[in-house]
Design a protein around this ligand. Sequence first.
Ligand code: C5J
Length: 243
Amino acid sequence: MDFGFWIECQLFMISISAQPYDYELPTSGGVALLIIDMQRDFLEVGGFGEALGNDVSRLQGIVPTVKRLLEVFRDRNLPIFHTIECHQSDLSDCPPSKLNRGWGGLKIGDSGPMGRILIVGEPGNSIIPELEPLPGEFVIEKPGKGAFYHTNLESLLREEGVTHLIVTGVTTEVCVQTTMREANDRGYECLLVEDGTESYFPEFKESTLKMIRAQGGIVGWTATEKEVLEGLAQWQACLPSAS
Ligand code: C5J
């Protein structure tokens, strides 16, 4: 590291240009990527999402962005957490309040176009092949909308020394937002990647982004993939391990 750059690293916090204001990165690691529910049943033609009448192409639009972020975190050896919304085959972890909701003909546990809906191990429940987790990456099976509810996510984050979460995935206003709120309450600094999250309902996505960064970042920050990658590149160059 050249001396001028070293001085810059010491004097200034490295941050990601974000809304509602810059997202400061920690001086010694602690940043992880969190990818929420990029499952075949939500994203693929012929899956549960489409069976419910949703346009899944909206969700597919973010796959290249999430993949690029995933590759950057892999290249830099930073922790990666994937989540899957799923239930046990006997539905013992699915409360009636969740099981009995919904319009269409299909409910959780029913046989759908890609196997039983939201049941662990069924074809539609797996993460899309483009983002398939590699050994060493964490996969959190979650029965709720939030990734902290009835999972070991919090203890894993602690063990890995994670304090900052770069959040991506689907759907913005449901599992992504719930997880960010849970994480925020637990003290994690969360940034949602604007072009790395999507909803079947564009107006819900836009409202969620606004809600997250309202009141000075009441839930967290938002930034584009480009802004995240620029900030991370500068941050990694400043880490003690880079010198
Ligand atoms: C939903 C999710 N929408 N991953 N799940 O039920 O947001």
